[in-house]
Ligand binder design. Structure first.
Ligand SMILES: C[S@@+](CC[C@H](N)C(=O)[O-])C[C@H]1O[C@@H](n2cnc3c(N)ncnc32)[C@H](O)[C@@H]1O
Ligand code: SF4
Length: 383
């Protein structure tokens, strides 16, 4: 197994938002009052955290960095620059590295975006959710349609590569309202759109007080079809469950997760998955509460949990990712990324083929359309 062939990414987590949205179960917290000094301390902790991971890279270059959250656009360009400067000095970066940052349209200050671009960010991902003012209110968003459109204009000026996150199946949403959101999202001329079906996640305000006007199952099915058909008509390739990209603009960072590549995590709650020189795969999780993360990271001990993935867990872990991709992954990728021969899972693949869940002949590790419809059942075959 040649670990130099496995692409390597870095995920950096920023755990604060202006306020917490009622549907969101990400590791994100409302920003406390004394946030300036806290942000500086957090950058110190991130730097200490990435330093502890360098030895795991064995000289491999980072092919992507993703600054996610939370709302990382609350970080000032100066803070971000301090962090990137450190990463660039201590890590090898691929010449064509993709560096994405997530942003919330309610936090966009005009001047900042040129500075973000100047510090090396070359892809922006903005959380729009909807363009409809009444839906945005229901979602507890800090921005309205007008601010969203202004933010898009600003982003367009500085980034030729950007994504918008939009959600559907929202409380009180009709198919017509969704069609309107689709049109405005297409008009924004982004290179990538993520269209997520709203899910009610445990421990969120929406789980406690579930909205009583969520669209029913049949309407959601029509919505899903409307998203797929409309975006295909607008030249977007549907390449992952919720991912749509203009040709050549698939998100490299997320593709690396789905293709079972390696990634290092930095920041509160961030995870790493990294192949070691002996071919074993190490998983790490960091303290998720921002304060405990900072405290531990500053003592070089941000990792709260680590374990080596057992050989018999690898096929399921691989399929959990790879089968999400509409094109799947090449047959050789399985051995390259897991160290196991494809033959070890052939009996299971043959069973899936007999059920029509994977294609015959097997041109790639991919689900058929029926396989996509029963994706979790298919993935469980590999448990
Ligand atoms: C970490 S947020 C990134 C953007 C930024 N924090 C914002 O909201 O503007 C990632 C995306 O996940 C999606 N998301 C969050 N909670 C969701 C849920 N319960 N169901 C579906 N999508 C969700 C939203 O579209 C959100 O933009
Ligand atoms: S959706 Fe985005 S802005 Fe809202 S709480 Fe989650 S991470 Fe923060």
């Amino acid at each position: 197994m040649d670990i130099q062939r496995i692409p390597l990414s870095l995920y950096v987590h920023w755990p604060w938002c202006v306020r917490k949205c009622p549907y969101c179960d990400f590791n994100s917290h409302a920003l406390p009052d004394a946030h300036e000094s806290m942000a500086e301390r957090y950058i110190d902790a991130l730097i200490a955290d990435v330093d502890t991971s360098i030895e795991l890279t064995h000289g491999r270059a980072l092919q992507s960095i993703f600054i996610g959250g939370g709302t990382p656009s609350l970080m000032s360009p100066v803070q971000l620059d301090r962090f990137f400067d450190h990463v660039a000095k201590h890590y090898r970066l691929a010449d064509d590295i993709e560096i994405t940052m997530e942003a919330n349209p309610g936090t966009i200050e005009h001047g900042r975006f040129a500075d973000y671009r100047a510090c090396g960010i070359n892809r922006l991902s903005m959380g729009i959710q909807s363009f409809n003012d009444s839906l945005l209110k229901r979602l507890g968003r800090i921005h309205d349609q007008h601010q969203a459109l202004l933010a898009i204009e600003t982003v367009q000026k500085h980034f030729d590569n950007f994504n918008l996150d939009v959600m559907y199946a929202l409380p009180g949403q009709s198919v017509e309202m969704l069609s309107n959101d689709l049109q405005l999202a297409i008009d924004a001329q982004s290179t990538h759109l993520s269209f997520y079906q709203l899910t009610i996640e445990p421990n969120t305000v929406f789980a406690k007080y579930e909205p009583d006007d969520l669209p029913d199952e049949d309407t959601v099915a029509i919505m899903q079809e409307t998203v797929v058909d409309t975006l295909a008509g607008a030249g977007f390739e549907h390449y992952e469950i919720s991912g749509y990209a203009k040709p050549g603009r698939r998100c490299r960072h997320n593709l690396n997760y789905w293709q079972f590549g390696d990634y290092l995590g930095a920041g509160a709650g961030a995870h790493s998955k990294i192949t070691l020189t002996d071919g074993s795969i190490l998983r790490q999780a960091r303290y998720s509460q921002p304060n405990s993360f900072m405290q531990h990271a500053l003592n070089d001990s941000a990792v709260v949990e680590k374990r080596t993935v057992q050989t018999d867990e690898l096929p399921f872990e691989f399929m959990l990712n790879a089968l999400r991709l509409t094109d799947g992954v090449g047959l050789e990728t399985f051995a390259e990324r897991t160290g196991l021969a494809l033959e070890t899972i052939m009996p299971t693949i043959e069973k899936a083929q007999k059920q029509g869940l994977m294609p015959t002949p097997l041109t790639a590790i991919v689900a058929t359309e029926m396989g996509q419809n029963f994706l979790s059942d298919l993935q469980e075959y590999f448990l």
